[in-house]
Design a protein. Structure first.
Lengths: 313, 273
């Protein structure tokens, strides 16, 4: 069923699901949503199965005309959503009707908003995923961000309106955040650099996208006498590269291999937080060990489960 | 069509590194690894394990770009494909290392390490399909390979000689990446090494075959690029909606065969039909 006509695409709005798995060995990155917490909750609010596709809007959201009855939920960064010029409550399922206009008036907090619609955004799956991969020209709307005039379909939905997440479970997105990391894989390429990495505050540069976030700050120097680059190797979302200029790059979801040293890796629970920062925001890093990272991950999973349970009531 | 597999050279005994190498002790948490850094080939005595976040384990088999090390990468990678470990979500083979992504709710890094070490010890007993060699047809020169003349001049050769040298090599596909299906190949003759273009092109058409320094490669998709273009293949390396979206696989071999412009268009037409 047709659900939206794209009036304005916004700055960078793409169809995403949880990602494309199994093709990284061929150079096809995972893609998918950057903030998986906000994404999963958005799907749960409209009664979707986990893994259904949503829209990921960045800073300036799209303007969408509603073409049929449906149900939406907007989560993630607050880009000031309005429905027919009335503020739309976020983290809540809302019924929509033909000729409604969903718009975004500008960023208040965070960077990326997720628009889930009951039944999921229905585009053809490519290599097992609906996620848009712009450089690979696949997924979403013809392998590119939304464009004015696009018409989007949804699958059959079954959720109901007025379902909301308890306010204490809604994350806040600050412009000054702490990101938890595990050292490595190439922490042995650094000595003093590690101390500087943890004691500095970094600013998100304008070069920040789904592939990676380039940061600005006091340069991280490599240990004396080591190569500043390595033999190209696989990368993971959250890997923090330090290129020869010493300005770190946090890799996100659109890269499979790289040849820069990685001082540390963002824990998976905090990758969404990185993706909710925007140019000019500040990031500092705190070290955790593997066990602690797994405990944090477990707590986050329990939080999502408890949201799921509360929504079913 | 894939040709019969090329025979691997006999494995050489592992270098001990005492005579011509220096030992470097690397401390990484509780894990001490002795790295043997040699001038040429450097295989580790034991795989080195590095943490890549809370869902990734990086396994290194050596410290160089080398066919022997990459062979081990391929063997372990294929064994993971053939006999998957429960909780392993994806693996990426590269020059000398494999990234193993795992679901921490199902398995932990320690168990994964043991499993990999176990497989490495039993490598001889693992039944691994021998690598295949795939032939890539290329029309050289003219507008398909606008830099062929430059590559020839740079190396004091004729364009014919460049083509002859390029088509006589057998190239190891060390890994894929950069763009979907882009092969990082080893085995280019130093007689045609050529630096990158000073001005990268904004769009290199899909299928273009190029040279950059000591590497040769094929662009699977239109992308910006600075490689010297010597020809173009009508073969699709990246066919996202096809049954096997990516033609090449890391660890296999590749050869180039010269075809005429007519043959190029014939093959290209077959794809369209």
């Amino acid at each position: 069923m047709e659900i939206f006509r794209v009036v304005q695409p916004g700055a960078y709005t793409t169809v995403q699901d949880r990602g494309r798995f199994g093709y990284q060995q061929f150079g096809v990155p995972i893609c998918g949503v950057v903030d998986s917490f906000a994404y999963r909750v958005a799907n749960a609010l409209v009664g979707n199965f986990q893994g259904q596709a949503v829209l990921e809007a960045t800073i300036l959201g799209p303007t969408l005309e509603v073409l049929n009855q449906g149900l939406i939920a907007v989560t993630g960064g607050n880009l000031s959503p309005v429905l027919n010029n009335t503020p739309l409550p976020m983290w809540e399922s809302v019924a929509i009707h033909p000729e409604d206009i969903l718009q975004f008036k500008g960023v208040k907090s965070g960077c990326r908003a997720y628009i889930a619609v009951a039944g999921g955004i229905d585009v053809p799956a490519v290599m097992g995923s609906r996620s848009t991969y712009v450089a690979g020209k696949i997924g979403g709307t013809d392998g590119r961000p939304l464009a004015a005039g696009d018409r989007l379909n949804n699958g059959e939905g079954m959720g109901k309106g007025g379902i909301r997440v308890s306010p204490d479970l809604i994350p806040t997105y600050s412009d000054d955040i702490e990101i938890r990391v595990i050292l490595g894989p190439q922490d042995d390429y650094f000595s003093d650099g590690i101390e500087r990495f943890f004691s500095s505050t970094f600013k998100v540069s304008p070069k920040a996208d789904r592939m990676g976030y380039r940061l600005e700050g006091s340069p991280i120097t490599h240990r004396e006498g080591v190569d500043k680059s390595i033999i190209s190797e696989p990368s993971v979302p959250g890997g923090i590269q330090v290129p020869p200029d010493g300005q770190p790059i946090i890799l996100l979801v659109e890269q499979t291999v790289g040849g820069y040293t990685k001082i540390a890796t963002v824990i998976s629970s905090d990758i969404g937080k990185v993706g909710q920062t925007k140019p000019g925001d500040r990031i500092h890093f705190r070290q955790v060990d593997l066990d602690e990272a797994h405990r944090i991950l477990k707590t986050e999973e329990e939080k999502i489960q408890s949201i799921n349970m509360s929504l079913m009531r | 069509m894939p040709k019969p597999a090329r025979h691997w050279p006999e494995a050489k005994p592992m270098a001990d590194g005492h005579s011509d190498g220096r030992r470097v002790c690397v401390q990484n948490g509780n894990f001490h690894a002795i790295r043997l850094i040699l001038q040429g080939r450097t295989m580790y005595d034991k795989p080195r394990f590095l943490l890549a976040g809370d869902r990734g384990l990086l396994v290194e088999f050596g410290a160089a770009i080398d066919p022997e090390i990459n062979r081990k990468v391929r063997q372990i990678f294929l064994s993971l494909e053939k006999m998957p470990i429960d909780g392993l979500t994806e693996a990426i083979p590269t020059y000398r290392s494999i990234l193993i992504s795992y679901d921490p709710f199902k398995i932990n890094a320690e168990i994964l390490k043991k499993e990999i070490l176990d497989r490495e010890n039993k490598l001889d007993k693992l039944e691994i399909t021998p690598p295949e060699t795939i032939e890539i047809q290329v029309a050289y020169g003219d507008d398909f390979g606008p830099d062929l003349e430059f590559v020839a001049q740079h190396n004091k050769l004729t364009p014919e000689e460049v083509i002859q040298i390029h088509t006589s090599g057998t190239y190891l596909i060390y890994m894929l990446g950069f763009t979907p299906g882009f092969p990082f190949l080893g085995g280019l003759s130093e007689r045609i090494f050529t630096p990158r273009r000073e001005n990268p092109r904004l769009v290199v058409p899909a299928g273009s075959v190029g040279i950059a320094k000591n590497q040769t490669g094929i662009y699977p998709i239109d992308s910006p690029g600075g490689w010297q273009l010597i020809g173009k293949t009508p073969i699709k390396l990246y066919d996202p909606t096809g049954s096997s979206p990516i033609l090449l696989k890391a660890g296999n071999y590749l050869t180039f065969k010269r075809i005429s412009r007519e043959e190029f268009h014939e093959i290209a037409k077959r794809y369209k039909d």
